[in-house]
Design a protein around this ligand. Sequence first.
Ligand SMILES: Nc1nc2c(ncn2[C@@H]2O[C@H](COP(=O)(O)OP(=O)(O)OP(=O)(O)O)[C@@H](O)[C@H]2O)c(=O)[nH]1
Ligand SMILES: [Mg+2]
Length: 667
Amino acid sequence: MARATLNLGILAHVDAGKTTLTERLLYAAGVIDEVGSVDDGTTQTDSLALERRRGITIKSAVASFTIGGVAVNLIDTPGHPDFIAEVERALSALDGAVLVVSAVEGVQPQTRILMRALQRLRVPAVMFVNKIDRRGAGYDRLLRDISERLAPAIVAMGRVRELGTRSACFVPYGGADAGFAARLAEVLAEQSEPIMAAYVSGEPPIGYPRLRRELAVQTGLGNAYPVFFGSARTGAGVDALMSGIAELLPAAGADPGGPASGQVFKIERGPAGEKIAYVRVFSGRVRTRDRVRFGQDRIRKVTAVSVFDGGPAARRDSLSAGQIGKLWGLAEIRVGDVIGAPQARAERHRFAPPTLETVVIPRRPEQAGALAAALAQLAEQDPLINVRQDDVRREISVSLYGEVQKDVIGATLADEFGLEVSFRQTTTICIERPVGTGAAVERLREAPNPFLATIGLRVEPAAAGSGVEFRIEVELGSMPLAFFRATEDTVRETLRQGIRGWEIPDCTVAMTHSGYLGKHSLGHQRFSKSLSSTGEDYRKLTPLVLMSALRQAGTAVCEPIHRFRLDAPADTLGPLLAGLTRLRAVPRTQVTRGTSVTLDGDIPAALVHQLRQELPALTRGEGVLECVFDRYVPVTGAIPTRPRTDDNPLNREEYLQRVTRRASLPC
Ligand SMILES: Nc1nc2c(ncn2[C@@H]2O[C@H](COP(=O)(O)OP(=O)(O)OP(=O)(O)O)[C@@H](O)[C@H]2O)c(=O)[nH]1
Ligand SMILES: [Mg+2]
């Protein structure tokens, strides 16, 4: 019988100690004989040369071991906000998580973002408060911080001795600790009616084994969070965490029958450049030589399978429900693709999209083609870099979360593809939002419409984050379905560049008029392509109609705003506030504690990097800044525009010339 599997993510703010903890868990499980170190570049999961050089995790990595008969597949994720997309992809593969918090720094902005994502996806988690060996480590302060800022239903699983010293150790609570049993009963009573009833009656007291079982149930449901303490550096508390993982987190709830269904959470290239897809299977089984469906209806044969099953990935004939493994042979596959039957967990974009972009310039102009191909390969692993080629200006641009990601792309292009590149200065990615309603119609055989199609569209604003909704307000039978589909696809495509060239992520587009010319409407005549509508007519006419409706609606260009938290010495407040105002930052709250001050507020994403650079001078090198994307707000002052990379449907004459010239070129 296949053993149970637990796919476990290690998540935290940057530098909290995820990779060091992963190393410790592998050591405790007997997978490695020596504990590697991030600082020496010798860990199992930071295996890329670039990760070892920089001492940070850039890509998620899988390591596998066995505890108590359960195969645990650990996914060590990056904590740096520039690589949040990697975490997003890993989330789809998880059954549970360890959320790591530093005992010195406490709950940090990224910790809260990750916790919210875990709660939204109902991924159960245990918490590990790491670095108890460091001076300044807290215990009560940490528990307060976690319950106030992450989740109220937490249970400390033990106490710490010699906190803040090299010999700090974790002592797990047991049934004999009356305070622990009472705390368990109190937290669990909030979540479970039978426990509440027993708790209120008080007689007889609820038995400790029952409380422990109930803790596993409520943790598995994501209703309660056990909190362990320890040090990944010294190994303190790691054994207790390990038993906690096995006892409290549920193994994969997998459906071994049913159609094969899985999701790709990582793409890698093998030594010969072959593509390897890391897949979590949710139901059924994927076998070698199976022909599987993925992406937009591609079907490819799986040429090899390897499975993580308590040790390094090993060649097998098949990958079953609940497991994580690698698949070969799926040439066009991209990260995030669903394999086989669609499943409910394939939800995307749980975190904010990148808000910055830059142009990548090859040092040698003749390498432009090679650069485009290399970036296309990087986009298979990280589609959010959203590689865009502007044929008019002959430039390639990519989207970014931050400057570190830019350095990493530069270093990867140099190391893996031998391409020296430079980047243009990073700029902000704005969006456009319709501000009113606009409508337009172009009718078949009515000048100046040169296409054999009737299309009417109405554009309306929609709530932030709601996406693009396409509504059909005409009879579905009024036209072949393929023409509706061509119109909808083109609407979505066209909305990537609004009136000022920025994407319109949220709006409602209603199709108000439709019409076509087909062989049936030509009576006895024979089918003739030149006299019948084709999908092409809808694809070419839609941008013209949509842009004219949008122009009537009007759009507001909105820029991304980050929320910041800044800690600095209180006596630097004067120059700091002046500096923040210069950078268009708006402090909202200010709290002074002893000699330090904490400011919370908003700052345009465009100026975050500059603030980071100026901060040391403004705060004598002591300022600590945390920023996370918050929302988009309309730009005041000069409205930024982005050069178009399409056929420019805003200019009718130019557009018609371009699309008709292309149509008449031989294929
Ligand atoms: N004193 C002490 N240092 C630790 C502990 N755990 C990790 N560190 C140190 O903290 C730094 C960051 O550790 P990592 O394991 O790379 O942290 P991470 O969370 O994987 O970092 P990213 O993947 O880049 O987000 C390294 O210098 C570690 O040696 C700990 O328990 N105690
Ligand atoms: Mg790491």
